[in-house]
Design a protein around this ligand. Structure first.
Ligand code: PDD
Length: 286
C-alpha cells in the first residue's frame, strides 16, 4: 500500500514526494530525527520525543520549522491519512536546501526541510519478544555527540551489517573497554541479585525516551537500578541482558558474542520490564 507522507507543509503520495539534491540532510547528514511509536492509532510518549527533538535542534542551531503543537497535529494527521494502527512515525528536520554544496551553514533565508512518514509494524506482538535477540560486540566508531539524534547513521548501519554477517541480530558498541549502547537502542544487563545496570547519561549515548521511562518504572516496581559503565565481560556473565527503544520497547538479549546470557532464554526481569512498559504505553493510548 502506498503511503501518504509529509514534506514541507504538504501531504503527498510517497511516489510524488521530492527533496532537493542540495538538501543538507542528503549532502551532509545535517539533520535530526525522531521515531515515535504508535499504538491504537495514537502516539506513545510524544512529549518526550518532542522535548529531545527541540534539544537536538538547539545543540545544532537548527530552527524548528513549525511550532511544537503543530508538529503533534502533523503526526496525528499522518496517522489518520495512513490508517496507521500500530508502528511508528519517522520525523526528520534538515537544515534545508541551500541551492549548492557548501559546508558553511546557509543564512536564515534557507528554511529547514521537514519530512514525516509512517511505518506499520507489530510493536506489541513482535516475535523477538519470545525468541530474544543475539548480539555481537564491536568497536563504537560513531562521533562524540551521540546525545544528539542526527541522521548520520552510517556507523549503526555498518554495525547491523556486521551483526547479520556474524549470525546475530544486532550489536553492542564498545568504547574504551565499556559498552556504550546498542546500534539503535540503549543496552542493559541484569546482575545475579536482579539489579539492572545501564550506562549513565552523557554525550556517549542517546538519551532514550524509553530508557527514561523504564528506569522510573523499574524503581517503582522495586527493581534496583545502577547507572554505571559495564564491560562486555560483565555482560557475558550477567543473568540477563536487554535493549530498549521506541521501535522495540524492550527486547531480551539471549546471547552476546555467541555466548548464552544466563540460560540463553528471555529473562524474567527483561520480560517484566517489557510488560510494565507496555502497560504504561497502552494506558497512554487508551
Ligand atoms: N533509535 N540509542 C540509539 C543509538 C538509538 O538510535 C535509539 C533509538 C535509542 C533509544 O531511544 P528511544 O528509546 O528514545 O527510541 C538509543 C531509533 C528508534 C531509530 O533510530 O530508529
Amino acid at each position: 500500500m502506498s503511503r501518504i507522507v509529509y514534506v514541507d507543509g504538504q501531504y503527498v503520495n510517497e511516489a510524488d514526494a521530492k527533496i532537493s539534491v542540495f538538501d543538507r540532510g542528503f549532502l551532509f547528514a545535517d539533520a535530526v530525527y525522531e521515531v515515535t511509536a504508535v499504538l491504537n492509532s495514537k502516539l506513545v510518549e510524544f512529549a518526550g520525543h518532542l522535548e529531545r527533538l527541540q534539544r537536538s535542534c538547539r545543540e545544532l542551531s537548527l530552527t524548528m520549522p513549525v511550532a511544537p503543537a503543530q508538529l503533534k497535529t502533523i503526526h496525528e494527521e499522518l496517522i489518520k491519512k495512513n490508517n496507521l494502527v500500530e508502528g511508528g512515525i519517522y520525523l526528520q528536520i534538515s537544515r534545508g536546501n541551500a541551492g549548492d554544496r557548501d559546508f558553511a551553514f546557509p543564512g536564515a533565508e534557507v528554511k529547514p526541510t521537514l519530512v514525516l512518514f509512517t511505518q506499520s509494524r507489530p510493536v506489541i506482538d513482535s516475535p523477538k519478544v519470545k525468541t530474544g535477540i543475539k548480539v555481537v560486540t564491536m568497536p563504537d566508531i560513531r562521533w562524540h555527540r551521540r546525545d544528539i539524534k542526527t541522521v548520520g547513521l552510517l556507523a549503526p548501519c555498518l554495525a547491523k551489517e556486521y551483526a547479520h554477517a556474524n549470525d546475530a541480530d544486532d550489536a553492542f558498541l564498545v568504547e574504551n573497554g565499556f559498552i556504550t549502547e546498542g546500534s539503535s537502542s540503549n543496552a542493559y544487563i541484569v546482575l545475579a541479585d536482579n539489579t539492572i545496570v545501564t550506562r549513565p547519561l552523557s554525550n556517549d549515548i542517546l538519551h532514550g525516551i524509553t530508557r527514561k521511562a523504564l528506569l522510573v518504572l523499574a524503581a517503582r516496581d522495586g527493581i534496583k537500578v545502577e547507572e554505571r559503565l559495564f564491560t562486555p565481560d560483565e555482560a557475558y556473565h550477567a543473568k540477563e541482558a536487554f535493549i530498549s527503544s521506541a521501535t522495540t520497547f524492550v527486547w531480551p538479549v539471549v546471547s552476546i558474542d555467541g555466548k548464552p546470557v544466563g540460560d540463553g532464554k528471555p529473562g524474567p526481569i527483561s520480560l517484566r520490564l517489557r510488560d510494565i512498559y507496555v502497560e504504561l504505553a497502552k494506558a497512554e493510548v487508551a
